[in-house]
Design a protein around this ligand. Sequence first.
Ligand code: GDP
Length: 327
Amino acid sequence: MDDAGMPKPEMEKHSRIFVAGHRGLVGSAICRHLLRLGYTNLIARTRGELDLTNQSAVDAFFAAEKPEYVFLAAAKVGGILANSNYPVEFLRDNLTIEINVIEAAYRNGVKKLECLGSSCIYPKLAPQPIKEEYLLTGPLEPTNEWYAIAKIAGIKLAQAYWRQYGFRAISLMPTNVYGPGDNFDLQSSHVLPALIRKAHEARLKHSREMVVWGSGEPRREFLYVDDMAEAAVFLMLHYDSADIINVGVGEDHSIRELAELVCRVVGYQGRLVFDASKPDGMPRKLLDIARLRNIGWRPRINLEEGIARAYQWFLEPEQGAPRSMAI
Ligand code: GDP
């Protein structure tokens, strides 16, 4: 029961579940996990079928399909360079998607909605590991503030709907997620897929060195996408609060350590060269995951194993490719 004496909704195997962003890294993993668990009534639309930045299209979709549960995994995402180069898309598109989907979900009687944010919403110099309550306690990292502002607005919007209308909208803050289905484009990707690609190509070309952006000193935490999907479903079932909740693994690595590990997995033995003309971004981004641990969830896949799986997918994307999954 909740505060108002209402029974809490239970996501059932036949519930109508809309996964927004089902072709993305996280959305596709959530779909795979739901199907594996026996959920039979998944609803998904490609961007061509439903443009989530188009308010009337989103309204019409919700009115027709009447989903009961929504995973909001659709977003304009990208690495440190893409974020700096496309500030309008990162801010505008993410804000618009959040507003359209949350409003339509509320109006159409969705029982529970889960928003996916990001660890980059926290202040640049937040104490580490980062607790949920550090949100809005200091200035943001400038290289990703556009995306961060949009995601913070999304959290606040979800909290506002819960407070004003009692609409159950929970918000997860995942750390850097990687794995099969990732973006391996060197200009727009995050660091881990970029390093896999660079190490692979350097090995094939017998290059003597491989370039890593920045100083190699920043520290990041990496969560394998299937673990992320498990946490997303677990929290939809078991977390019932407007307070944000971090999703991470509880340990981090310097970019240099990460590059060395990737090279080992990929089998590249050349030298690492650090390109100081590229930005470092946040010096460290390690989430405090005590809140998540306390409700009983832990990741399963360690970093080396996850990199090996991601590399395998990079080599053979058709093998179990999440993008071609039919729902
Ligand atoms: P961030 O976590 O928002 O800073 O985004 P990224 O995953 O793009 O970058 C994380 C860190 O990895 C930054 O310090 C980057 O400079 C560094 N990095 C090193 N090599 C690369 C690369 O090839 N691509 C990307 N995207 N980042 C790299």
